[in-house]
Design a protein around this ligand. Structure first.
Ligand code: KG4
Ligand code: ZN
Length: 334
C-alpha cells in the first residue's frame, strides 16, 4: 500500500503546532510554538491573547515546518485539524487555516478530537493493540476507557468532580506557584519529604475517581498555616499531594485491569508527562505482567503530531469533513 502523509494542525490551547506524520505512526517533521511564557504572567491561559497569537504565528509555523522537510503540501494525502474541545477562538484559527489549505490544495479535511489526539500519540511508539485499557489524564479529563478497536470507546470509570490535571493546577495556584501547575508541582515534589499525611480518597471498589476532596484538603492546610502565621513547606505538601493523587490513579487502574482482564494498557493526556506517574505505571505493568504504552515526553504536551496520528484511522475509513464544520469548546469523545 502507498504511504499516507497527513498534515496535522493543533491550536486548541496555547500551542500553535503543525506536523507531518506518515502512516499514522512516523513523525516526519513538526513545528510547535508555545505561548507559555506569555500566559505565565496571568496565572493561566488568557483566551483572547491565545487566539491572537495563534493568528500571528500559524503561517510562520507552517513555513518553519516546510523548511524541515523535502515534502510539500502537494505531497499530503489529507489535512487534519483539532476542532474540539478547547478554547473556541484558538480552535477557530487552526480550523480556518486547515480548511483553507484543504480547499486550495484539494486535500480531504479530517476533524480530530483533541483527546483522541492524546490517545493516538501512543501509535507513535508502536501501533496500539486492542482490546486495551486507556487511562486518560489531562486538564479536563480523568477516565478509564476500554477500546476494542480504533475509535471504539467505552468509559468504565471517570472522575466524579475535578480532573487530575485540574487538581494539580489548583493546588499550584493555592501554593502561589506559576501556571501550568503540573510540571511545577512535580518539580517541588522531587525536593520534598513525606511529612504530611493526606487521607486516601475513593478507597472503594468502583472505578470512578475523585480529586476535589484532596484538592480541598491541600487548600485547607495552606489556609491553616496562613492563619497561624506558620511557614509551610511547599515541597513536602507538593509531594504529599502528588503521592496521594497518583496512588489513586494507580489503584483504580489496577482494579480495572483485574476486572476486565485486559492485558494492554496505555496512558494519555498532559499528566502522562509526570515522571512519578510514569514510574508507578511501569511498576504496575510489571506486577500484572501486561503491556504498557506511555507516550514519549515530547508527545505528552499539546502537539500536532498526535493530531495527524489520530487522523490516520479516520483517513482509512474516508471519514472526511465538509467545510461547514465548526469549532466546539466542549465535545465529548466518549
Ligand atoms: O492534556 P492536556 O494538554 O490538557 C487538556 O487537553 O485538557 O494537559 C494539561 C494538563 C494540565 O492540567 C497540566 O498541569 C498537566 O496536564 N500536566 C502535568 C504535568 N505536565 C502537564 N501534570 C502533572 N505532572 C506533569 N509533569
Ligand atoms: Zn491536551
Amino acid at each position: 500500500m502507498k504511504d499516507i502523509y497527513i498534515l496535522g494542525v493543533e491550536t486548541s490551547c496555547d500551542e500553535t503546532s503543525i506536523s507531518i506524520v506518515k502512516n499514522g505512526s512516523i513523525e516526519i517533521a513538526t513545528s510547535t510554538l508555545t505561548q507559555i511564557d506569555t500566559h505565565k504572567d496571568f496565572g493561566g491561559v488568557v483566551p483572547e491573547i491565545a487566539s491572537r497569537m495563534h493568528s500571528e504565528n500559524i503561517t510562520m509555523v507552517l513555513s518553519d515546518l516546510l523548511s524541515k522537510t523535502d515534502l510539500k503540501i502537494e505531497d499530503m494525502d489529507a489535512v487534519a485539524v483539532t476542532y474540539a474541545p478547547g478554547l473556541l477562538g484558538s480552535l477557530l484559527v487552526g480550523l480556518e487555516f486547515a480548511k483553507t489549505l484543504s480547499l486550495v490544495y484539494n486535500k480531504p479535511l479530517i476533524k480530530v478530537n483533541h483527546i483522541a489526539g492524546h490517545i493516538y500519540s501512543n501509535n507513535l511508539n508502536s501501533k496500539m493493540k486492542f482490546p486495551l485499557l486507556a487511562l486518560i489524564v489531562s486538564g479536563g479529563h480523568t477516565e478509564l476507557v476500554l477500546m476494542k478497536g480504533d475509535y471504539d470507546f467505552e468509559v468504565i470509570g471517570a472522575t466524579l468532580d475535578d480532573a487530575v490535571g485540574e487538581a494539580y493546577d489548583k493546588v499550584a495556584k493555592a501554593l502561589n506557584l506559576p501556571y501550568p501547575g503540573g510540571p511545577v508541582i512535580e518539580e517541588y515534589a522531587m525536593k520534598g519529604q513525606d511529612t504530611i499525611d493526606l487521607p486516601k480518597v475513593m478507597n472503594n471498589d468502583d472505578l470512578n475517581f475523585s480529586f476535589s476532596g484532596l484538592k480541598s484538603q491541600v487548600i485547607n492546610i495552606v489556609n491553616n498555616y496562613k492563619q497561624k502565621n506558620k511557614e509551610l513547606n511547599k515541597y513536602d505538601l507538593a509531594l504529599s499531594f502528588q503521592k496521594t493523587a497518583i496512588e489513586q490513579l494507580i489503584r483504580k487502574t489496577n482494579l480495572a485491569i483485574n476486572k476486565t482482564k485486559i492485558n494492554n494498557l496505555i496512558i494519555a493526556g498532559g499528566v502522562s508527562a509526570n515522571k512519578h506517574l510514569r514510574e508507578e505505571m511501569e511498576k504496575l505493568a510489571k506486577k500484572l505482567n501486561i503491556n504498557l504504552s506511555i507516550p514519549k515526553m515530547k508527545y505528552c504536551t499539546d502537539n500536532a503530531t498526535m493530531i495527524a496520528a489520530a487522523a490516520y484511522p479516520l483517513y482509512l475509513k474516508k471519514d472526511f469533513s465538509k467545510y461547514d464544520i465548526n469549532a466546539k469548546s466542549v465535545e465529548r469523545l466518549f
